[in-house]
Design a protein around this ligand. Structure first.
Ligand SMILES: NC(=O)C1=CN([C@@H]2O[C@H](COP(=O)(O)OP(=O)(O)OC[C@H]3O[C@@H](n4cnc5c(N)ncnc54)[C@H](OP(=O)(O)O)[C@@H]3O)[C@@H](O)[C@H]2O)C=CC1
Ligand SMILES: O=CC(=O)O
Length: 327
């Protein structure tokens, strides 16, 4: 019996790779950088399965180049890099890795929020550069967290985990947006579902967790930053395109908002000369929210399970388009 052929678009942890290799012939892209689109298309041409990363665009052109493709297993919970309707139309199920990275991502949201509020990046840079001259009564003053109001934009898995940490640890009051009220957040965190304008006006901290979709692209522009408190801290661990970065830079420069912490930008990587890097009240880390050893191993296991189910024609354990199997 011929073994399924699978292209893995980057080296992922061995726990996932070995499970796939035990059942399939695998071709692993060896580069640190993603395969260019034409190379990706060429590599999947005779494949039954694809392991894609959030840096790989899976679109109609790729599907057309891969007539045998039975499954796309995305090594991420976000799947905005995949044209899901095109996959569904071709009958190709798309897998993702929900839950495995919820805690790690919520930890980074809290880290960014605390670090931006307390000016950690700026003050550490000053210390390293010899600008720590004495204990300063008015130096490096930041914002408190205890008892303040947290606004969660997108109360899904990661939004909830972030709110739980900040409500439980710092007694923060929680406001949130989502497409509807969330009974667990209301019950467990005493949270309140509000519209975005109210959330922006009332929150001391705004943490963004909504997925990138047509309703969230460009959700944060100059008008939204203007509605926030001048003492507010803005955190984004979701996706860069939710934010108009020029508007954010202007808001940070002018003191319209106090500080920002970003794990995601648009584009990624952000060019080293980008204006946001020049702002002392903007802390940027390179999309590391799921980057712990255990989390990446857990993602690799979920990713392999999705891939293997797909090449066998079985339902994926975590599928974003289960309707694809009916095509
Ligand atoms: N930086 C990183 O490394 C990581 C980033 N991520 C990002 O975080 C995102 C969220 O992940 P996860 O929590 O697991 O996903 P979920 O699907 O559980 O949460 C997404 C939430 O966004 C809400 N939402 C969608 N559109 C809107 C809108 N217009 N206004 C308000 N809320 C909206 C959804 O609301 P509803 O429930 O009502 O539909 C849902 O609750 C991922 O899609 C990914 O982009 C995830 C992991 C790591
Ligand atoms: O950004 C990471 C993801 O898993 O989504």
């Amino acid at each position: 019996m011929t073994r399924p052929k699978v292209f893995v678009a980057r080296r992922i942890p061995d726990e996932g790779l070995n499970a796939i290799a035990a059942a399939c012939d695998i071709d692993v892209w060896p580069g640190q950088l993603p395969p260019p689109p034409d190379e990706l298309r060429a590599r999947v041409a005779d494949c039954d399965g694809l392991v894609s990363l959030l840096t790989d665009r899976v679109d109609a052109a790729l599907l057309a180049a891969a007539p045998r493709l039975k499954v796309v297993s995305n090594f991420a919970v976000g799947f905005n890099n995949v044209d899901v309707p095109a996959c569904t139309a071709r009958g190709v199920p798309v897998g993702n890795t929900p839950g495995a990275l919820t805690d790690a991502t919520a930890d980074i949201a809290v880290t960014l929020l605390l670090a931006a509020a307390r000016r950690i990046s700026e003050s550490a840079g000053d210390a390293r550069a010899g600008r720590w001259l004495t204990w300063e009564p008015l130096g490096w003053l930041g914002q408190d967290l205890a008892g303040r109001t947290l606004g969660i934009v997108g109360m899904g898995r990661i939004g909830f985990a972030t709110a739980k940490r900040l409500h439980g640890g710092w007694g923060m009051k929680v406001l949130y947006t989502a497409r509807g009220p969330k009974a667990d957040a209301d019950r467990e965190l005493g949270a309140t579902h509000v519209d975005l304008d109210e959330l922006l006006a009332r929150s001391d901290y705004v943490s963004v967790h909504a997925d990138l979709n047509p309703t969230t692209k460009g959700l944060f522009g100059a008008a939204q930053f203007a509605k926030m408190k001048r003492t507010a801290v803005f955190v984004n661990t979701s996706r860069g395109p939710l934010v108009d970065q020029a508007a954010l830079a202007q808001a940070l420069r002018s003191g319209t908002v106090f500080a920002a912490g970003l794990d995601v930008t648009d584009p990624e990587p952000l060019p080293p000369d980008h204006e946001l890097y020049g702002l002392p009240n903007c802390l940027i880390v390179p999309h590391i929210a799921s980057a712990t050893i255990d989390t990446r191993n857990a993602m690799a296991r979920l990713c392999a399970n999705n891939l293997l189910a797909g090449v066998r024609g079985e339902p994926l354990p975590n599928c974003v388009n289960p309707e694809a199997r009916k095509q």
